[in-house]
Design a protein around this ligand. Sequence first.
Ligand SMILES: C[S@@+](CC[C@H](N)C(=O)[O-])C[C@H]1O[C@@H](n2cnc3c(N)ncnc32)[C@H](O)[C@@H]1O
Length: 143
Amino acid sequence: MSYFKIQQIGKVRIEEDSCFIELSKHYSPGLRHLQFFNYIFVLWWISMRDTSKDRSQVLAHPPNLDVEVETGVFACRSPARPNPIGLTKVKVLKIEGNKIFIDRIDAIDGTPVLDIKPYLPGDSVPIDEIKLPEWFDHLKDKK
Ligand SMILES: C[S@@+](CC[C@H](N)C(=O)[O-])C[C@H]1O[C@@H](n2cnc3c(N)ncnc32)[C@H](O)[C@@H]1O
């Protein structure tokens, strides 16, 4: 087994009427030209699920389904996984200093942010080309 070093570059901040990523000052220069993009991928640490029990999970039950399915952890977005890495595509609203204001994110306040990458045209796939298992049928209309 190999181990790799990952460092936190900032954190998610959820306030009453705004949501933003607060980058550590050291990494602020890394935001240069990000204002030319309007969607980004945020990679974050699912910090409250960083436990030996959650990390040992290889099967999971995707939540909010009409049917009960036990699926492989790599076939779902379970927060309990060997490496608790969260990935969310978000819309950038504005950038002020070391803060990237975004429309929403499914991470809680204070969640460590690991990386940010611009969303590019090659990242999207037309909906009718996406193959999904039947228990995710309800996601087909989701943008
Ligand atoms: C199912 S995970 C999926 C995350 C990401 N969209 C992905 O696909 O990798 C999202 C859920 O993780 C939970 N969550 C958010 N931030 C968390 C944190 N820091 N630690 C543990 N759980 C968290 C919330 O309940 C949220 O609804």
